[in-house]
Design a protein around this ligand. Sequence first.
Ligand code: NDP
Length: 283
Amino acid sequence: MSGKIIDGKEIANSIHESLKNEIEELKSKTDKVPGLAVILVGDDKASHKYVSMKEKACKKVGINSVVYRLDANTTEEEVLELIDKLNKDEDINGILVQLPLPNGIGEKKINANILPSKDVDGFHAVNTGKLFLGEEGFLPCTPKGIIKLIKSTDIEIEGKNAVVIGRSNIVGKPTALLLLRENATVTICHSRTRNLEEHIRNADIIVSAAGVADLVTETMVKDKAIVIDAGINFKDGKLVGDVDYINVKKKASWITPVPGGVGPMTIAMLLENTVEAFKKKWS
Ligand code: NDP
C-alpha cells in the first residue's frame, strides 16, 4: 500500500477560487474590497520571498495588499507608529508583520499593538487566548491550514491519537489546541521529549513542525497514519520537510508533500482570515 497525497496546492487553489467569488459579491454589496497591510523589515531573503507570494495570492483573489518594505535600520518605534496608522485605516482589514524581525524590534510588543480585530495572523494574546478558551477568534494560519488538510481526507479526527512534534507559539502549540478542539487525544513532543519514536508510533495523526530534515522515518510510523509535514528545511540544496517522504509514504494512509502541502494552505488561510476581518467590519 502507498499513501495518498494530500495536495495542499490544489486545496488552496479551490479556497482561492471561492474567496475570489465571495470578494466579488462583497464588492458588489459594499463597494469595497478587503485590504491587507504587510510590514516587512530588513532583508531576510526567505521573508522577501514569502511576502511576494502573499502579495501574489492577494492579487489573485482580489484583496488589496499594501506592502511596507522597511530597511533593517527601522526602529521599533517607527514600526509601532506605522501599526498605529494602519489600525486606524478603514481600508485595511488585516495587518501582518512578517517574522523574523531584526534585532531591536520586539516581536511581542509588535504583536500586542496590532488591533485584535485586524490580527489576521492570529498572534495577538487576545486571539491566542480565545483559541485556548475555545472561543471564536482569528486562528493562526499554519495550524488552521493543517486542520483543513486533515479534514480533507474525510477521516474522523475525534478519538484519534495525534502527535504534534514542535511546541512553538505559531505552529506546534496552536495545532495541538486545534486537534484537541476536534476531540483528538493529543501528545505534544519537543526537543526534550524522551523516546520520540514511541510517541510517534502510537499516533493515528502525526503533525511534524520541528524544522529537522528526516526526523520522522518509516519505522516510526504506524500503518495507515495521516502524516502532515509542516517542516521547511534545505537538504542537499533541495527544499524538504521533516518527514522522510518517499519511505513514510509507503506506510501512511495520507501524507502531505513538501513543497505543495502545508505551505500553500498557510497563505490560503491568511486570505481567508482577511476576508473574515472584512466581513466582521462591513457586513
Ligand atoms: P521553532 O524553531 O520555533 O520550533 C521548533 C519546535 O520543534 C520546537 O518546539 C523544538 O523543541 C522542536 N524540535 C526541534 N528539534 C526537535 C527534535 N529533534 N525532536 C523533537 N522536537 C524538536 O519553529 P516553528 O514552529 O516556527 O516552525 C517549525 C517548522 O515549520 C520550521 O521548519 C518552519 O520553517 C516551518 N514552518 C512552516 C510554515 C509553512 O507555512 N509551511 C509556517 C511556519 C513554520 P523545543 O521547544 O524544545 O526547542
